[in-house]
Write a protein that binds this ligand. Structure first.
Ligand SMILES: [Zn+2]
Length: 149
């Protein structure tokens, strides 16, 4: 019995080990990723209290309602913070270093951990306006990246 979890873990690793990490396709997050394929940044809203769930959930984090809907975000935000990555967390991104991980505060009032793209040699501006765009990350996915406006 004690070996069962390890066997399961190994099997899952073999079956789900792509060349790089891919988004987790939970039922709650599926509309978000489908929106990305259409260059739409969709956010999950509560139909009862209006709160935005980020990350998507099966219920509202504020009022626990399960009446949720999806609305397209403005695509505008401000850069709160960033870090330039020289040593990637995964070998799959080794060819992309240096790249910028950023905290973006969306106009809608949520914070997103994301990628920021800058022209070579330029420095990101804290509190500067940024706008979303969508990048093909392979294997049928597009992801929201941000760049200065
Ligand atoms: Zn709610």
């Amino acid at each position: 019995m004690g070996n069962l979890p390890n066997d399961h873990f190994v099997e899952r690793c073999v079956l789900t080990s792509p060349s790089r990490p891919l988004p987790l396709l939970s039922q709650e997050a599926l509309p978000f990723w489908e929106g990305c394929l259409k260059d739409q940044l969709l956010l999950q809203h509560c139909c009862d209290c209006g709160a935005i769930n980020w990350l998507p959930k099966s219920f509202c984090a504020r009022c626990s309602s399960d009446r949720l809907t999806w609305k397209e975000a403005s695509g505008d935000g401000v850069l709160e913070s960033f870090s330039i990555v020289y040593r990637p967390m995964n070998e799959a991104w080794a060819s992309q270093v240096p790249y910028i991980l950023a905290l973006v505060w969306l106009k809608e009032g949520i914070r997103m951990v994301t990628r920021l793209e800058m022209e070579k040699g330029r420095i990101p501006t804290i509190d500067g306006p940024v706008r979303v765009y969508f990048v093909d990350i392979g294997d049928g996915f597009k992801a929201p990246f941000w760049r200065p406006q």
